[in-house]
Design a binder for this molecule. Structure first.
Ligand SMILES: *Cc1c(COP(=O)(O)O)cnc(C)c1O
Length: 946
C-alpha cells in the first residue's frame, strides 16, 4: 500500500535517480554525506513512533478530539462561540486556493486575498470608526502589547503606561512582560468614574466592555488623558461596535481586539485574527501589514502591501514590530463573515446576543440575583454568595461552561449560539431548583449615550453577497485571481512551501478540536493536552532540546520567547550586564526586531565572501563587548541556504564568552532526521510549524512558532497561568507570549499528523529529498544563472540563491523583471532580493515532483534566453516582455499592440500554457505610487470603471 511518505514526497525512486544523476551522485546517502558537514551529522534514527497511515492517524486524532468535552462555551474573557457559515467553511477554510497561498509579497498574483484583506481593514476601520486598520495581528493580547509600544513610541517613551484593571488577565500577563522587557513602566489601575491620569502617564489602555462585562462611558477618561498629553487605546469587542459607540467616536487614538467571533472557531485559543486601527497621524507607526490601493502599469487600481510592509526585513532593529506571519486566513474568514451578513445581519446578531444577556439578567434579578452592572453588552456578573463553585459545577453538569470570578460571583457570556433554552438551563443551575423563569420583553441595557448611531459597512461589498450563491461566486472569483499551491509550486526560499495534506487539515474543524474554549475546565480538555504533550515531546526529539513550548503563535513570537528565556537566564545567574544580541548581517529581519522587543541591543556580525559567519569578526566582537553579550542569533542552515561547516566553532566561541546560542530554526526542513540544533551548539531555537511541519501558510498566517530549549532554560519557557496548567507547566516561569495557554492550539493537529504519518524514516527521507531538490535546481540552472553560495563540495542545503546581479548590470533586466515574467509562465516567483538584493532564492521542498521542478527550471531557462536577446542587443530591456510582465488577458487581446514582441510570446511563452493559462488580473503594480497616495480601505466601485 502506498505510504503517506510516498504521497508527501513528490519525486519517486525513478525521479530521485534522475535528479541524483543531474547532481552527480549515485545515492541519496552519498549526496547527504557530502552536503551535511560531518561535524553536525546525527542521523541515528529519530525516536518517534512508526509511521501511521492516513486512516491510522485520523483514528488517533479522533480519540484525542473525543477526549475533549464539548459544551456551550459561555466563559467569555475574549473568546466567544460563533457560527462559521458553512459556505465560508467550504469556500475558505477547507479550500486550498485560500489556505495554501503565501503572504502577498507578489501582489500581481495575490489580488484576490489582498481584496479580502482590504475588506477586513475596511470592516475594522468602519466598526472602530478609526481611519486606518491593518490586515491582522496575532491575538488580542499581543495586539494590546503592540498598541502599548506604539503609544510609547509616539510619545517618545519616557513615562508610564496605565492598564485598565478591567483588561483580560491574559492580556495583562503578556503586556506587563513586554513592558518589563523593553523598560516601559506600566501599572494596572482601576479606571472608574473619578479616575484621572497622573502626570507621568504617556498612554492608557481601557478594555470596553471590560473583563466584568461592564460598558463604560469613556468620553471623560479620554478627555482627561488627552489633556495630560497621553494617548488612549481601547481594547474592544468588534461585534459590540455594531450597537455601541465606537472608539473613534469617543476620541480614542487606537483600537485593538479580536475578530474571532466573526465566524472563527474557538480552537482552544487560536488561531484568531486580532486587529489594530489608529487615528490619522499614527498610520506610519502602525505594526504589521497594511494592504493599500495603488495602480498598475496601465493606471488601473491594484492592491498591494503598503508602507512598512516588509519593514522588519528592511528596518530590522528599527522596525515598529517583529510581526511577520500574521493571521491572514482568519482575517479573511472574519471579513467574509461581514460580507455575508452585511451591516444589518451583524447588527441583528449583536442585538440577539445582547438581548439574551439582558433577558437572563432580568429573569435572575426578578429572582433576587442582582447583576453587577447596569450597562453591558454580552457578559453579566452575578452575585451568588458563597456559591460560585457549585453554580459553575451545576452549569457544567448541564453542558454549559461559565466562569468563576471569585467565591461569590460568576460570569456568563452570551454568544451567537446562545438559545433561550440555554438560558433556562442557566437559571436552573444558578437558583438550584427547577423553576421556569419569567422572561420579560427584551430591552436594551446600553445607555443611550453609549449607543451607536452612525452607519458602517456601507461599501457595496458588504451589501451584495448575502445569498449563498453570490457569496460562493465571490469567494471563487477572488480565489481565481491568485496563485496558491493548488496551481503551482511556490519556490519561495526560507518559506518552505510544501504540501499541506488534506488528511492533516481535516481534523482541525472537528467539533472536538474546533469548539473548545481555551479556559474550559481541565477535565474537559484531556485530549488536547495529551496531543500537545506528544507533539512537544516529538519536536524536542527532532531538535535535540530538553523541552518545547507551543505557546508562541508565530516564528516571531518564538524568537521573542527564546530571547527572553536567554535574558532571564542571565539575570538568574546575576549576569546583569548582558544585553547584546549578535546577529549576522544576513539574518532574517525578525531576528533583530525580536532582540529589541526582548530588551537587547543588536550588534551585527559580518559574513564573509562565501556567505558564512566571519569568525575573526565574531571573535573581535566578543572581545570588544566582553561581558555584555547575551546571545548570538544564527540561522542554520544559514539564510544563504548553506550548511556552514564551522557552526561548531561559532557556538563554542560564543559559549566561551559566556553567551548563549540562539539557532533560528526556520530552516529546519534541511535538518530533520540529519542533525539536531540542540546537539550541535544551540541553547534555544524556535521552529516554524507553518514551514517545516506542513501547517499551511494561509496567505500570511496562521503560524505556530514553538520555542525549544536546552535543560538550563526550561524554567524560562513561557508560563501558563490562565487556564489549565499541566504538571510540566508548573516548572515554566518565563513570560507569557500569547493570550491563550497553548497559542494557536487549534492547528496543532496538523503538525501532529505530519510527524505521525511520516514517522522517523519518512521525516528523514523528506529532508534528504528537500536537499536533493534544491541541488537539482542549482545543478540544472547553474549554467544559466550563477548560484551565489554553496558549501562543501559545491552543494547547497535546501535552497539556493540565483544571482542576477551581473546580468542586471549587463542588460538592465532585474530580479523583479524575472519574478514578474514567471507569472506569465504560470509560476510563483522565488523569494526576491532577500537575503541578497538583486537575487532570487529558490526553495523547492520535497513535495514537488520532478515534472513540476522541470516546469520551473524550463521556465527559468526560457527566461534566460529572453534575457540573452537583450544581451545581444536585439531588444531593449525597456521594450522586452520581461519588463512589461506580467501580461493580463486584457492587455494581450487589446486592439492595438505596439510591443516589440508578439502577443503569443507575451501570453504563451511555452506550449503547455495554451490549455491551462493563468492570467493575472493586473499589470505590474506601482509600489511607490501607493505609498505616496495611501488608501487602506475599499475603493468605490467607480474606481474600477474605465
Ligand atoms: C519565516 C522566518 C522567520 C519568521 O517567522 P514568522 O512565523 O513569519 O514570524 C524567522 N526567521 C527565518 C529565517 C524565517 O525564514
Amino acid at each position: 500500500m502506498t505510504s503517506f511518505a510516498d504521497r508527501h514526497v513528490g519525486p519517486d525512486d525513478d525521479a530521485i535517480s534522475t535528479m541524483l544523476h543531474a547532481v552527480g551522485y549515485a545515492s541519496l546517502e552519498a549526496l547527504i554525506d557530502d552536503a551535511v558537514p560531518e561535524s553536525i551529522r546525527q542521523d541515528d534514527i529519530l525516536v518517534l513512533p512508526e509511521a501511521l497511515t492516513e486512516a491510522g492517524a485520523l483514528t488517533k486524532l479522533e480519540r484525542f478530539a473525543n477526549a475533549n468535552v464539548q459544551a456551550a462555551q459561555m466563559i467569555g474573557q475574549g473568546y466567544y462561540d460563533t457560527v462559521t457559515p458553512a459556505a465560508i467553511r467550504r469556500g475558505i477554510l477547507t479550500n486550498p486556493a485560500w489556505y495554501s497561498a503565501y503572504t502577498p509579497y507578489q501582489a500581481e498574483i495575490s489580488q484576490g486575498r489582498l481584496e479580502a484583506l482590504l475588506n477586513f481593514q475596511t470592516m475594522v476601520s468602519d466598526l472602530t470608526a478609526l481611519p486606518v486598520a491593518n490586515a491582522s495581528l496575532l491575538d488580542e493580547s499581543t495586539a494590546v502589547s503592540e498598541a502599548v509600544l506604539l503609544m510609547a513610541r509616539a510619545t517618545a517613551g519616557a513615562g508610564t503606561v496605565v492598564l485598565d484593571a478591567e483588561c483580560f488577565p491574559q492580556t495583562l500577563e503578556v503586556v506587563l512582560a513586554q513592558c518589563e522587557a523593553v523598560g516601559v513602566a506600566a501599572r494596572v489601575e482601576t479606571i472608574d468614574e473619578g479616575w484621572t491620569p497622573t502626570a507621568d502617564v504617556v498612554g492608557v489602555v481601557i478594555q470596553n466592555p471590560g473583563m466584568s462585562g461592564v460598558l463604560r462611558d469613556l468620553g471623560p477618561h479620554i478627555e482627561a488623558t488627552h489633556s495630560a498629553g497621553a494617548l488612549v487605546t481601547i481594547a474592544c469587542d468588534l461585534l459590540s461596535l455594531t450597537i455601541v459607540t465606537p472608539p473613534g467616536e469617543v476620541g480614542a487614538d487606537i483600537a485593538v481586539g479580536s475578530a474571532q467571533r466573526f465566524g472563527v472557531p474557538l480552537f482552544y485559543g487560536g488561531p484568531h485574527a486580532a486587529f489594530i486601527a489608529v487615528r490619522a497621524g499614527l498610520e506610519r507607526q502602525m505594526p504589521g501589514r497594511i494592504i493599500g490601493v495603488s495602480i498598475d502599469a496601465e493606471g488601473k487600481p491594484a492592491y498591494r502591501l503598503a508602507l512598512q510592509t516588509r519593514e522588519q526585513h528592511i528596518r530590522r532593529d528599527k522596525a515598529t514590530s517583529n510581526i511577520c506571519t500574521a493571521q491572514s486566513l482568519l482575517a479573511v474568514v472574519a471579513s467574509m463573515y461581514a460580507v455575508y451578513h452585511g451591516p444589518n445581519g451583524l447588527r441583528d446578531i449583536a442585538l440577539q446576543i445582547h438581548s439574551r444577556a439582558v433577558t437572563l439578567s432580568d429573569a435572575l434579578a426578578a429572582m433576587g440575583h442582582e447583576p453587577m452592572h447596569e450597562a453591558f453588552f454580552d457578559t453579566l456578573i452575578l452575585h451568588v454568595p458563597g456559591g460560585a463553585d457549585s453554580v459553575v459545577a451545576r452549569a457544567a453538569a448541564a453542558g454549559i461552561n461559565i466562569r468563576k470570578v471569585d467565591d461569590d460571583r460568576v460570569a456568563i457570556a452570551c454568544d451567537e449560539k446562545t438559545e433561550l433554552a440555554t438560558l433556562d438551563t442557566l437559571v436552573e443551575a444558578i437558583i438550584a431548583t427547577k423553576r421556569h423563569p419569567v422572561y420579560t420583553a427584551p430591552r436594551v441595557a446600553i445607555p443611550r449615550a453609549m449607543r451607536r448611531t452612525s452607519e458602517y459597512l456601507t461599501h457595496p461589498v458588504f451589501n451584495t453577497h448575502h445569498s449563498e450563491a453570490s457569496l460562493t461566486r465571490y469567494m471563487r472569483r477572488l480565489g481565481d485571481r491568485d496563485l496558491a499551491l493548488d496551481r503551482t509550486m511556490i519556490p519561495l526560499g526560507s518559506c518552505t512551501m510544501k504540501l499541506n495534506a488534506a488528511a492533516e487539515l481535516e481534523p482541525i474543524l472537528w467539533p472536538g478540536f474546533a469548539n473548545i474554549h481555551p479556559f474550559a475546565p481541565s477535565e474537559q480538555t484531556a485530549g488536547y493536552r495529551h496531543m500537545i504533550e506528544q507533539l512537544e515531546d516529538w519536536l524536542a526529539e527532532i531538535t535535540g532540546y530538553a523541552a518545547v513550548s507551543v505557546q508562541p503563535n508565530a516564528g516571531s513570537r518564538g524568537e521573542y520567547a527564546g530571547l527572553l528565556a536567554i535574558r532571564n537566564y542571565h539575570l538568574s545567574q546575576n549576569q546583569t550586564g548582558r544585553d547584546i544580541c549578535l546577529i549576522p548581517a544576513s539574518a532574517h529581519g525578525t531576528n533583530a526586531a525580536s532582540a529589541v522587543l526582548a530588551g537587547m541591543r543588536v550588534v551585527v556580525v559580518a559574513t564573509n565572501d562565501s556567505g558564512e559567519i566571519d569568525l575573526p569578526d565574531l571573535r573581535a566582537k566578543l572581545v570588544k563587548h566582553a561581558g555584555a553579550v547575551a546571545a548570538i542569533m544564527i540561522t542554520y542552515p544559514s539564510t544563504h541556504g548553506v550548511y556552514e561547516a564551522h557552526v561548531g566553532e561559532v557556538c563554542a566561541a560564543v559559549h566561551e564568552a559566556g553567551a548563549q546560542v540562539y539557532i533560528d530554526g526556520a530552516n529546519l526542513n534541511a535538518l530533520v532526521g540529519l542533525a539536531k540544533p540542540g546537539h550541535f551548539g544551540g541553547d534555544v531555537s524556535h521552529l516554524n510549524l507553518h514551514k517545516t511541519f506542513a501547517i499551511p501558510h494561509g496567505g500570511g498566517g496562521p503560524g505556530v512558532g514553538p520555542v525549544a530549549v536546552a535543560e538550563h532554560l526550561v524554567p524560562f519557557l513561557p508560563r501558563v497561568r490562565q487556564g489549565i496548567q499541566r504538571p510540566r507547566d508548573l516548572m515554566r516561569e518565563g513570560a507569557a507570549v500569547s493570550g491563550a495557554p497553548y497559542g494557536s492550539a487549534g492547528i496543532l493537529p496538523i503538525a501532529w499528523a505530519y510527524i505521525a504519518m511520516l514517522g522517523p524514516d519518512g521525516l528523514q527521507h523528506a529532508t534528504q529529498v528537500a536537499v536533493l531538490a534544491a541541488n537539482y535546481v542549482a545543478a540544472r540552472l547553474r549554467d544559466y544563472f550563477p548560484v551565489l553560495y554553496s558549501g562543501a563540495n559545491g552543494l547547497v542545503a535546501h535552497e539556493c540563491i540565483l544571482d542576477l546581479r551581473e546580468l542586471t548590470k549587463a542588460t538592465g533586466i532585474t530580479a523583479e523583471d524575472v519574478a514578474k515574467r514567471l507569472i506569465d509562465y504560470g509560476l510563483h516567483a522565488p523569494t526576491m532580493s532577500w537575503p541578497v538584493a538583486g537575487t532570487l532564492m529558490v526553495e523547492p521542498t520535497e513535495s514537488e515532483d520532478i515534472a513540476e521542478l522541470d516546469r520551473f527550471i524550463d521556465a527559468m531557462i526560457a527566461i534566460r534566453a529572453e534575457i540573452a536577446a537583450v544581451e545581444r542587443g536585439e531588444i531593449e530591456a525597456s521594450a522586452s516582455a520581461l519588463r512589461h510582465a506580467p501580461h493580463t488577458a486584457e492587455s494581450v487581446i487589446a486592439d492595438t499592440w505596439d510591443h516589440a514582441y508578439s502577443r503569443e510570446s507575451a501570453a504563451f511563452p511555452v506550449q503547455a500554457l495554451r490549455r491551462d493559462k493563468y492570467f493575472p488580473p493586473v499589470r505590474r503594480i506601482d509600489n511607490a505610487y501607493g505609498d505616496r497616495h495611501l488608501v487602506c480601505s475599499c475603493p468605490p466601485p467607480e474606481a474600477f470603471e474605465d
